[in-house]
Design a protein around this ligand. Structure first.
Ligand code: ZN
Length: 152
């Protein structure tokens, strides 16, 4: 096992054991969106508070496997305080990371390289894609956040 894989595992475990931005926000003014992954039983509730074009606060509630909870925590830390444009860009980069590996697994055309540096700690989740069934665990919170933004 490489040191990088060790580091990634440590980041995922850290976010699972000490989830960031855990809790709820008062609605309104916050917006609440619930997501469910029936394949694994993961449930995520994403609370977002937007002021102007800034995501000023985000809280995550729910329960599920370590990948779903860790991914939600990593996501909350990555998007909190960012402009909505930056939030959307982060979502797209993360989804690209998941999609690229799906394409690789299918032996399709050479995927576009993902800018891992731009992902920061989120890059830790790239190991998930070796286990395709877990991708839905990792993307659940992101899809829920996207739905919440679309509903604003
Ligand atoms: Zn799961």
């Amino acid at each position: 096992m490489s040191n990088l894989e060790d580091l990634y595992r440590e980041i995922i475990l850290d976010h699972y054991r000490n989830p960031r931005n855990r809790g709820e926000l008062v609605t309104p003014p916050a917006h609440k969106t619930e997501g469910f992954n029936p394949l694994c039983g993961d449930e995520i509730t994403v609370f977002i508070q937007v002021e102007g074009d800034t995501l000023v606060d985000i809280k995550i509630a729910g329960h599920g496997c370590s990948i779903s909870q860790s991914s939600a925590s990593l996501m909350s830390a990555a998007v909190k305080g960012k402009s909505l444009e930056e939030v959307r860009a982060t979502i797209n980069t993360f989804k690209q990371l998941m999609t690229v590996h799906e394409a690789t697994l299918d032996n399709e055309a050479e995927p576009e390289p993902v800018n891992l540096r731009a992902l920061g700690e989120l890059a830790a989740l790239q190991g998930v894609v070796k286990f395709p069934v877990r991708i839905k665990c990792a993307t659940l919170s992101w899809n829920t956040l996207t739905q919440g933004l679309d509903e604003l």
